[in-house]
Design a protein around this ligand. Structure first.
Ligand code: ADP
Length: 219
């Protein structure tokens, strides 16, 4: 089984949703720098305060800050593998991850690229609701949540993420095109890139991902 994965794709491509399904089905621990930083912001920590404005502008947080977060996370939780949702997002981050893993005498198994159309991105982000407490994500098109925006898991309030606003989203997409898209070539060269059509229903996408994870590992 493959246990060291990165999930790549535009905002709204379904990285968070798929990461959640992977961890539930295969027990591989997941982390997301975006989720960590939102939590830091809610707690009012120096890191949260320092990065809040950058996130709100739809720009990327500096590579140093993000790589430190991931390195620390790997040190504490990395022994059973990992799914990174939204990391790496730049070439320097991808190179740092390779060096960190090399130091740990291991390597990445899969880079999964969730491909989505601009329409899918706008539809999903425009209707996205997220639990302020636990991060559960759903859509306003789900009637029960539109009427009663309460998290089914922890009863926290379901709200729109402030960076899901249309203007901020266009900056996030710009960052994605210029800084993250070049990673496709990077992982292609390492022969671990797998492109998956992320426009489809979440369970169908998950079936494709499961197949990749279940493939026998050489290691
Ligand atoms: P999405 O994938 O929907 O854009 P995330 O929760 O992954 O949402 O990220 C939210 C924000 O957190 C990003 O717009 C960016 O400002 C910051 N962020 C998350 N991951 C990274 C990363 N790897 N490098 C730099 N900034 C990041």
């Amino acid at each position: 089984m493959k246990r060291r994965l990165v999930l790549l794709g535009a905002p709204g491509s379904g990285k968070g949703t798929q990461a959640e399904l992977i961890t539930r089905q295969f027990g591989i621990p997941v982390t997301s720098p975006g989720a960590i930083l939102r939590r830091e912001q809610d707690l009012g920590t120096p890191l949260g305060q320092q990065t809040a404005e950058i996130i709100q502008r739809g720009e990327l947080v500096s590579d140093d800050v993000i790589v430190k977060l991931i390195e620390e996370w790997l040190r504490l939780h990395g022994s059973y593998g990992f799914v990174f949702d939204g990391f790496p997002r730049t070439l320097p981050q991808a190179e740092s991850l390779n060096s960190i893993l090399q130091r740990l005498r291991t390597a990445l198994d899969l880079a999964i690229w969730l491909e989505v159309s601009e329409k899918t991105v706008h539809d999903r982000i425009g209707g996205r609701l997220q639990c302020r407490n636990c991060g559960f994500t759903t859509s306003v098109s789900s009637a029960k949540f539109a009427e009663r925006p309460i998290c089914p898991y922890c009863e926290g309030p379901l709200v729109r993420r402030s960076d899901d606003d249309e203007t901020v989203l266009s900056n996030r997409l710009q960052e994605f095109h210029t800084k993250t898209e070049p990673l496709a070539k990077f992982y292609e060269k390492m022969s671990i890139l797998h492109r998956i059509d992320g426009n489809r229903d979440r369970d169908v996408v998950f079936k494709d991902i499961s197949r990749l994870i279940e493939q026998k590992s050489d290691a």
